[in-house]
Structure formats: structure tokens, C-alpha cells
Design a protein around this ligand. Sequence first.
Ligand code: TYD
Ligand code: MG
Length: 452
Amino acid sequence: MAKVKTTFFCQNCGTQFAKWQGQCTACKEWNTIVEELVQKPEKSDWKTPTSPTKRASVPLLINEIDTTKEARLDTFDGELNRVLGGGIVPGSLTLLGGEPGIGKSTLLLQVSLSLPYKTLYVSGEESQKQIKMRAERINPNNSNCYILTETKTQNIFKQIEALEPDIVIIDSIQTLHSDYIESSSGSISQIKECTTELIKFAKETSTPVLLIGHITKDGHIAGPKILEHMVDTVLQFEGDRNHVFRILRANKNRFGSTNELGIYEMQGSGLREVSNPSEILISKKDEELSGNAIAATLEGMRPLMIEVQALVSTAVYGTPQRSATGFNSKRLNMLLAVLEKRAGFRLGAKDVFLNITGGITVDDPAIDLAVVASILSSNEDVFIPKDFCFAAEVGLSGEIRPVQRVEQRILEAEKLGFATIFVSKYNKISLKNTAIRIQLISKIEDLVDFIV
Ligand code: TYD
Ligand code: MG
């Protein structure tokens, strides 16, 4: 192996050191010093002398740049295609992050198994036998997918050169290591170096690379922030591990919008695409129960009907409990205060529990009205008719505020057979002859009149 030169830099102030130390003597920050490559050996690992793109880049007129080769690769997964903006762009790097056990490996293995192209799935986490066992659960008959268990990038490139796959999947970037850097896998400098090598490979051969990334306990992708800057697309896979639904969203996408959302259901045989989420998220029950209300929300560009459940009961202990699952608890406290002040409800001595069914977290403000309605319904122990739904934000003075793209929400509710939708009076609605009744309200008292 040719000699490589590395040195240590403080990530905070940029001071250079000859060896690693815990504290930077210049800026006094701790744990900011990482190893970086100064000079690579002459022979680079990713080398394709025949590759036409290998020559030095020359400036081109923007109109002369050929985009026909950028046709996207179909992933044969409708949800993933939508989130990526229509498929994988050749030569792009996509990073998929998410909690452990959420199903990142399952998703990408499933994608590799359904592709008709030659795919290489590189795993540094599981053995070939383990992956085979998982593959048998998902899709036992595929002959285009190669599995490699390797963590050293130099060896991976050797195999890639021999195999020439159309798409490469790496599980995970934190397990890779490059010979050029001394520090252990998963360290900032290793992640940076391995990603740089992969980007070089991807851009030079127009092969798309999908990376799996671990996340830290505060929800960020482990490793340097620069990792997210380097890749073209950052996807996040989330959902409650104890529930069956998983949501895939794009946090960054150089080739499409970040508004789109993919929904999956985890089953015994892998992830199933949920193409009509609203039908599943609303429980179909015959009995009418108090404390349930349905919100017409939007997740990205997709309308999504979500069921909100509230339970209001007399507090047993001195301090009442407020607990919210899938909804911001500060916002819940605010809505309770509005109810107390504007509608005269004495909720101060009551426990309030709120749950968004399906294990989904919603941050669309249009869910406010359904939250308020479910609390009122549970508090009064009267049920809200099953065919009512709600879409509006509630303001601090109890006013019902308009929400964006209300017509799309109304049409979704109509499609699913709802009879009445409550929206703000201040929304501009130009829909005519809808089968659904559009109930316009302007303040919280109006809602109380309807429910109680
Ligand atoms: P995995 O893909 O290993 O998660 P990650 O790579 O994000 O850590 O997720 C696995 C979870 O999914 C595991 O708890 C088992 C479950 N699972 C199923 O329910 N059905 C299946 O077909 C597979 C393959 C996994
Ligand atoms: Mg995994």
C-alpha cells in the first residue's frame, strides 16, 4: 500500500495538529479534532481509464448539456419513486436515515430484489446468510441481486469493477472504512473519506448509489453534517416501531421536491406500499364512541385523513396529566387553554390524553380543530357523527383559521364518503356542487354549538 499522508484538523477553528488530542489548544473546544487525508497515493482506487467522463471537465453552454441520459431508473416501488421525484437519477448518491429497526435494510433489500437490473447490495452489518434469510421472506425469486459482505471501500471497488452493477446499495455508511484513514469506522473522518470515494465512483460511472445511515439519539444522521451536504438526496424513514406504518420523506432532494411522502406497512413479508393511506388510518367501527374525531390533513402533497382520539377524565392526583402521542404536547396545552378561556370548559382539574392513531406524528396545523373536537366530545361524552371531519387551525383567541389547500382536503373527504367537513369561514373555496356539506365556522363557540 502506497504511503498516504494524513493530518489532524480542528473542525471548529481549522487549526492543524500532528497527532490527535482531546482538546484543541487554539479554540479550547473538546472532541473537535479529526484525522483528514492530505495527499492520496498516486494510484487512486476508483479508476476507470476507459470511462469517457474521466477527462477533465470543460465548460459547456447550458443549452448544449445533454440531459437525455439522465432518464431516471424506475425503482419498481411507487412510494419510493414518488419521494425521489420519479425514480433514481443515474450517478446520484441517496442517503436513507432512520432509527434502528425501523426497516431501512428491509426497504433497500426489497428494492434491490425487485429491480430487473444488476444490483449489488453491500452489507457491513449482516452476513450473506442472514440477508438471504431476510430476502426469502420478502421476495424469494430474484436472480439479479448480488450480496457482498465487506466493509473496506478498496475491496468493494474491486468487486464493483469485476461485477459492473447498475446500482449499488451500501448498508451502512458507518460500517465502511478506507485504508487511507487510520481512525475506526464510523468516525467523522472515515465517513467523510468513504463518502468522497463513493461520490467519485458514482459520478464517474453514472451508477446510482444508495447509502443507509444510522442516526444519533437526537435524530440526526450520525457523522458530520457535511455528509448530508455531499449526497444528492437525504431520505428519512420514520414511524413508530411498535406500529405497522412507516413514513418515508425527503429532507433534501436535488432532483425533486421535498414535499412528497411515501407510506408503507410493515408486514411479515416485508414492506407493503400503502397507496390509499386514509382508508387504513381510519378505523372502521360500527359503534359511535365519544372522543374520536377525524382530521383532513395534508402530508406533503397528499391528503391524509387521520383519526384523533382524546380521553378527558377527572384527575386522580393533584396535578392533572396531559399526554399526547403523535401531537406536540405544548400545542395541546395551548388548545386546552383556549378551550378553557373561550368556551368556558373547566379542564384544569381533568387529565387529558391525546392519541393520533396509526403511530403517525402530525405537524400540519389543520389537525387543531379535530383535536379540539375530540377533547370536547370526550369531555361531554357525546359522540361526533362518523361522517364528520375537520380541517382548520385554532388561534389563541379561539378563532378558526384558514389552512392551505383546503379544496384538496375537501375533495379527499368527499371521496371517502364523509358527509360534513368543518373548515374556517375565512378559507376561499370555489368548489361547487359537492356531495359533502362544507360547514364554515369562524370561532370555537360555533364548534361547541355543533357538538354539545
Ligand atoms: P431492519 O430493516 O433490519 O431495520 P434497520 O435496518 O432500519 O435497522 O428492520 C427490521 C424490523 O422489521 C425487524 O424488527 C423485523 C421487521 N420485519 C418485519 O416485520 N417483516 C419483514 O419481512 C422483515 C424483513 C422485517
Ligand atoms: Mg439494518
